[in-house]
Design a binder for this molecule. Structure first.
Ligand code: ATP
Ligand code: MG
Length: 265
């Protein structure tokens, strides 16, 4: 099987006041072509660090990461990636359309193709009405959308989104959910981190859960959670122990029955 992402025994240590922080601790993970995989875990678990290694932003202390079979440190591995950072920001003096034009030029897109693609991604993230306004006048959610449009300008085969629904209202979150489903239906691979577990549940083929830099659970949601359990409750049970389950509020979803029993690696 060909994989979009292959991570093998990845370790990342950061220096911290005379000691080190082990941000990733022997992480191994695979994402198959055309899968939508949710990357979840508590704050500080190492999700963004893993994504940064995939994008070649940081060098791992040891281990390997590959994109479509190429070492992630090679720039050719990143040509097929679209990436939305955790805290998206961009050139605020440009209009949305100008930003997308600049991004397309960086990918050496031809004029006619570029014009069509700009219109398509503006439609996709539903920000056509503000396309000719300066980004400096955008709201936080609008900024998120235009940065997402930028991530998609090159029609990437692998879309990596670091908390794409952060800062979005419920409608915006639903739009992102639809977008992820649409990208997956188009055969793209989507790897995204999120704390919105009810949404992750709805849109993912599989989840990978990280805690303290280690993979603590991985698989289809229906395989992981117990019958009648939500992903949120599973998260609390797995990451913080049984007492924390009482903190989870039951949802209507939890009243329904799940057929398969879960397992952990
Ligand atoms: N540049 C850095 N220098 C030192 N420590 C770092 C650096 N980047 C990340 N860390 C540490 O590595 C650990 C993992 O951080 P990371 O940002 O990957 O977590 P995360 O899972 O993305 O968390 P969140 O859900 O809050 O975004 C944390 O302890 C963090 O403080
Ligand atoms: Mg993060």
């Amino acid at each position: 099987m060909e994989f979009a992402i292959e991570i093998d025994n990845l370790n990342v240590r950061f220096p911290a006041r005379g000691s080190t922080v082990q941000a990733l601790d022997g992480l191994s993970l695979r994402v198959g072509l055309g899968e939508a995989v949710g990357f979840i875990g508590p704050n500080g678990a190492g999700k963004t660090t893993a994504i940064h290694v995939l994008l070649g932003f940081i060098e791992p202390s040891s281990g390997h990461a590959k994109i479509f079979g190429q070492d992630s440190r090679q720039s050719v591995a990143r040509e097929r990636i679209g990436y939305l950072p955790e805290h998206p920001d961009t050139y605020r003096f440009l209009t949305g359309r100008e930003l997308l034009r600049m991004a397309g030029k960086l990918f050496l897109m031809k004029e006619k193709n570029l014009r069509e693609r700009i219109d398509a991604v503006l439609r996709l993230v539903d920000i056509e009405q503000a396309a000719d306004r300066r980004i400096g006048t955008y709201s936080k959610g609008m900024l998120q959308r235009i940065c997402l449009a930028q991530a998609l300008i090159n029609n990437p085969d692998l879309v990596i989104l670091d908390e794409p629904t952060g800062g979005l209202d419920p409608l915006g979150r639903m739009d992102i959910r639809k977008l992820i489903a649409r990208l997956r239906d188009e055969g793209k691979t989507v790897f995204f981190s999120s704390h919105e577990l009810s949404e992750v549940e709805l849109v993912c083929d599989r989840v990978a859960m990280l805690a303290r830099g280690r993979l603590v659970a991985e698989g289809p949601v229906t395989d992981l959670v117990a019958p009648g359990e939500s992903l949120e409750r599973f998260f609390l049970r797995t990451v913080a122990g049984p007492q924390s389950e009482q903190r989870a509020t039951p949802t209507s979803r939890e009243m329904g029955n799940r057929k398969q029993k879960g397992h952990r690696p």
